[in-house]
Design a protein around this ligand. Structure first.
Ligand SMILES: Nc1ncnc2c1ncn2[C@@H]1O[C@H](COP(=O)(O)O)[C@@H](OP(=O)(O)O)[C@H]1O
Ligand SMILES: [Mg+2]
Ligand SMILES: [Mg+2]
Ligand SMILES: [Mg+2]
Length: 400
């Protein structure tokens, strides 16, 4: 077999696995306990017996970690004190909740999956918390983490010290890359939205050999009902947990707990009926360029501007049809801003590419090198969206 992923069509014979499965070569190697070749009574070329659903326990651990982190963030957002917001060296905001969420997710994953090699590529680091000026903040974060663990209602968690919290945050120093398994964490995506009291997400993905194989998006402020422009809101309840595993579809459940429902991107093929999402912050994505693209495509609805990967979640359940992201010159996208969101959307039937139509490559370390921007939509609209993007980018280049 070559090193490229080979997709097998196989029948998984295991409790709860009744349908056909697509399993990658790597997953077959790690999960398969027995392989029998074609026999006279079997029409499929291979019958695989798998020990368990692939990435099942990783998904359970990721959901638990993201749900607890969301609880911590909700508590902080409710009573956001000025002293809880700090500025990083790049002048972007970071709060006690960003650090607390990263410490909590790192701690839970390592604890829940003790037999697996542990690597996380995460946004925050403990540098500022190790300085004299960071000691009060570190104490506050440690309290928040311990209070959240205690609220789990299980006394099996130890009380973490400030050193434990620093170590858990620094687990996130991994560089990722094309080999092995790496968690990818944005402890709060949309910190500016979080501080404003708006949308944010806890975004956790898993890379296997450079590909995203699992993603969880906790969106504490996203309504459970659609936020699509022409939907009647049937409920005011907020808090969504989106999750997806490769080959298994995308699902949504209430963050507070409920049965899961399978989600699918909308199947609009007429751009006049499509609505699109973009960043709330014009500094993160050019609103001028997206409006030019929307106009060329024939989109009539005004943009829906929300913070964070909640945009990917909303798109995965068909609240809108398109997500446009065009950072300003010189900005390099990071894998934690897209890993979880992209698998949720692709497993819901959507497509995520850069502005030239290339798939996103998560195997190059913490940066995502994309051509011009990131676009997301359904299969039907993608060809015309790509044409509109190309035209708008050419127009912009010739006007400079
Ligand atoms: N100048 C810039 N251009 C594009 N993205 C930026 C940016 N500055 C920050 N970001 C990223 O945009 C993310 C938020 O995206 P959105 O605008 O969709 O809410 C931020 O995530 P964090 O909030 O995790 O830092 C940050 O990584
Ligand atoms: Mg982010
Ligand atoms: Mg963040
Ligand atoms: Mg940030």
């Amino acid at each position: 077999m070559g090193t490229a992923t080979v997709w097998w069509r196989a029948r998984a014979i295991s409790a709860g696995v009744g349908s056909d499965w697509r399993l990658s070569e790597a997953r077959i190697r790690t999960r398969c306990i027995s392989v029998s070749t074609r026999s006279s009574c079997c029409s499929s070329p291979l019958t695989l017996i798998v020990s368990s659903m692939p990435y099942e326990k990783e998904l359970a651990a990721a959901k638990k970690a993201a749900t607890l982190a969301a609880r911590l963030c909700q508590k902080v957002q409710k009573a956001l004190l000025q002293s809880d917001v700090h500025s990083k060296s790049d002048k972007s905001p970071v709060t006690v909740a960003d650090y607390g969420s990263q410490a909590l997710v790192s701690f839970i994953l390592e604890r829940e999956l003790p037999s697996e090699p542990f690597s996380i590529v995460a946004e925050e680091d403990s540098g500022d918390l190790r300085k004299e000026s960071g000691q009060e903040t570190l104490k506050r974060i440690t309290e928040l983490v311990n209070d959240t663990l205690a609220s789990e209602g299980s006394d099996s968690f130890p009380t973490l010290t400030t050193d434990d919290v620093l170590a858990a945050i620094d687990n996130g120093k991994s560089e990722g890359g094309p080999v092995g398994q790496h968690w990818v964490l944005d402890p709060i995506d949309g910190t500016k939205g979080f501080v404003r009291g708006d949308q944010y997400a806890i975004a956790l993905g898993l890379l296997h050999e450079g590909k995203v194989v699992l993603g969880v998006l906790a969106c504490p402020n996203l309504p459970l009902a659609s936020i699509g422009s022409n939907q009647l809101h049937s409920s005011n309840e907020v808090g969504c947990l989106f999750f997806a595993k490769v080959g298994d579809g995308a699902y949504l459940q209430a963050l507070g707990g409920s049965t899961q429902t399978k989600v699918h991107v909308c199947d609009v093929d007429n751009p006049e009926e499509a609505s699109f999402f973009e960043s709330f912050e014009a500094a993160h994505s050019s609103h001028d360029l997206s409006s030019s693209i929307a106009e060329k495509l024939g989109v009539k609805a005004p943009p829906v501007r929300i913070d964070s990967q909640a945009k990917y979640g909303a798109l995965s359940r068909g609240d809108g049809a398109i997500y446009l992201r065009f950072p300003h010159k010189g900005y390099r996208e990071k894998i934690w801003d897209h890993a979880a969101g992209s698998i949720v959307v692709t497993e819901a039937g959507g497509i995520v590419t850069d502005a030239a139509g290339n798939p996103l490559d998560f195997s190059k370390g913490k940066f995502l090198d994309v051509v011009s921007g990131i676009i997301v939509t359904n299969q039907k609209l993608m060809p015309s969206l790509l044409r509109a993007v190309k035209e708008a980018l050419n127009e912009k280049a010739s006007s400079l």
